[in-house]
Ligand binder design. Structure first.
Ligand SMILES: [Zn+2]
Ligand SMILES: [Zn+2]
Length: 228
């Protein structure tokens, strides 16, 4: 902790956002709660992030390679991370973005760093409904802490589609086709796509495909939580 953080901690002690203990520290999550979070520690497929023995590329990725090259998921989508993301998204608890973004940055700092971070875009209509883009706010924290350029304007979601969560698995894929557009070229760039939750990966795959068509060299998914 640097001097300013110590002073800040003294003046504004943060309670833990999960258990209300008084020693939430800079992250606003206490050490015990941090330890108990559902960290995605299992051996997993480097490409899609699903469980796979010896970290080998899984059968699904071999058979049907996704457009993205790698997936880094910090947590399993399980309690209390699922509840945290819901509180963040639907009750606008922006303190979650700071905590989750910081944990993401800490976990990814030793990875080869991308040239650019692109948050999963929301359709303008959805943005109006929700008031903010949850992936953008997390991206801001990661980009700032890792000193990576953030680009939240070059890619847009062109179709207002039904929320993915309301659709059966197979329809999620067709629901996403042609859903994104990029205004510029990304020739040879290494890009990290940031999203809060990765379920089937259909939207991340479609965005990665659009970016590859726009010249991107490598596209990774950086997600807070992965549904397993
Ligand atoms: Zn706690
Ligand atoms: Zn896989």
């Amino acid at each position: 902790m640097n001097q300013w953080s110590k002073i800040k901690q003294f003046i504004f002690p943060q309670t833990c956002i999960l258990c209300a203990a008084s020693d939430g520290g800079e992250l606003a999550i206490c050490t015990d709660c941090l330890h108990d979070l559902p960290w995605h520690k299992a051996e997993r497929c480097p490409q899609c992030g699903l469980t796979s023995t010896h970290h080998q590329i899984c059968g699904a990725c071999l058979k049907n390679p996704p457009a993205f090259d790698a997936t880094h998921a910090l947590f399993r989508y399980a309690f209390p991370v699922d509840a945290m993301l819901k509180r963040y998204k639907y009750q606008h608890q922006l303190v979650m973005a700071e905590a989750l973004g910081t944990l993401m940055a800490q976990a990814l700092m030793n990875q080869p760093q991308p040239d650019l971070i692109i948050p999963m875009p929301l359709h303008s209509q959805r943005l109006q409904q929700r008031g903010f883009n949850q992936s953008l706010e997390i991206s801001r924290v990661i980009a700032k802490q890792l000193h990576i350029k953030l680009d939240y304007q070059s890619c847009v979601r062109t179709r207002f589609s039904a929320p993915q969560a309301s659709l059966p698995f197979k329809e999620r894929i067709s629901n996403m086709r042609g859903a994104f557009a990029c205004e510029q070229r990304f020739d040879g760039l290494h890009i990290a796509l940031v999203d809060d939750v990765m379920t089937t990966g259909a939207s991340l795959n479609e965005l990665a495909k659009t970016l590859k068509q726009a010249g991107a060299g490598r596209v990774e998914c950086w997600v807070v939580a992965r549904t397993l």
